[in-house]
Design a protein around this ligand. Structure first.
Ligand code: AMP
Length: 235
């Protein structure tokens, strides 16, 4: 994959349920355009690790898997987006997760991120990875992890050579707790519940694009790169 640093791609928001390949695609976009991938989950975990004032406030909320209140996030997101490495663009992973966060992001970008921008001109390109529910279940429930080396297989899509044993070291493959079917169904429902309002916020905006996430990895990236290049305004 050739690196392309010739253009400013501006802000990119990736939306997609667990299992849609969001993390993988975010990394590929970051590599191709040499822009940072910004995960609010990572930023918050760093505060928890360092036991900052914010870290102490959010620790228990995060441990319960609940959303951190919107107004606790805005300062850390704003500070990160003001870093010089964000000038040509950035990929937001895990933000916005609520409609008010999406509104805050638009206002932030308009007011202070891009000089001389026309209103609305420099809103994010929002890429929604579309994978149907049954395919997600297949991907997530088929996942097996080597108990020794951590190598990941999929019994439906990328099975090991010998049933339930790792190709690399012959150790037994296990199902991680959060890959069990009942937990997966809950994670998928939680995603729907939480992000529906965010998708709704962006629906109707020319900048929301839906990409078929069921294609092979390279094909999904190609579609995403095309969309980014078609929509980036050089802000
Ligand atoms: P993640 O790594 O994206 O799964 O995020 C881990 C945890 O951080 C979530 O379960 C939330 O508690 C918190 N978090 C991350 N991003 C957000 C956000 N945009 N809004 C609210 N809470 C968030």
């Amino acid at each position: 994959m050739a690196e392309d640093t010739s253009r400013s791609i501006g802000p990119i928001v990736l939306l997609g349920p667990p299992g849609a390949g969001k993390g993988t695609q975010a990394k590929r976009i970051a590599e191709r355009y040499a822009v940072p991938q910004i995960s609010t989950g990572d930023l918050l975990r760093e505060h928890v690790r360092n036991a900052t004032g914010l870290g102490v406030l959010v620790k228990d909320i995060m441990a319960r898997g609940e959303l951190v209140p919107d107004d606790l996030l805005y300062d850390i997101v704003a500070d990160r987006l003001r870093e010089p490495d964000c000038k040509r663009g950035f990929i937001l992973d895990g933000f916005p997760r609520t409609a008010p966060q999406a509104g805050w992001l638009d206002a932030f970008l308009e007011n202070e991120f891009f000089d001389n921008s026309e209103p609305g001109k420099c809103g994010p390109i929002v890429i929604r990875l579309d994978v149907d529910y049954n395919e997600l279940l297949l991907r997530l429930t088929g996942r097996r992890t080597c108990s020794l080396c951590g190598h990941i297989y999929n019994v439906h899509l990328q099975p090991p050579r010998v049933d339930e044993l790792c190709d690399v070291d012959g150790s037994k493959l296990i199902i991680r707790d959060d890959d069990r079917e009942e937990v997966i169904r809950e994670r998928l429902f939680a995603y729907e519940r939480q992000t529906q309002p965010v998708a709704k916020y962006y629906e109707g905006s020319a900048r929301l694009v839906t990409v078929d996430g069921t294609l092979p990895l390279e094909g999904v990236s190609e579609q995403i790169f095309r969309e980014i290049e078609a929509h980036s305004t050089g802000c």
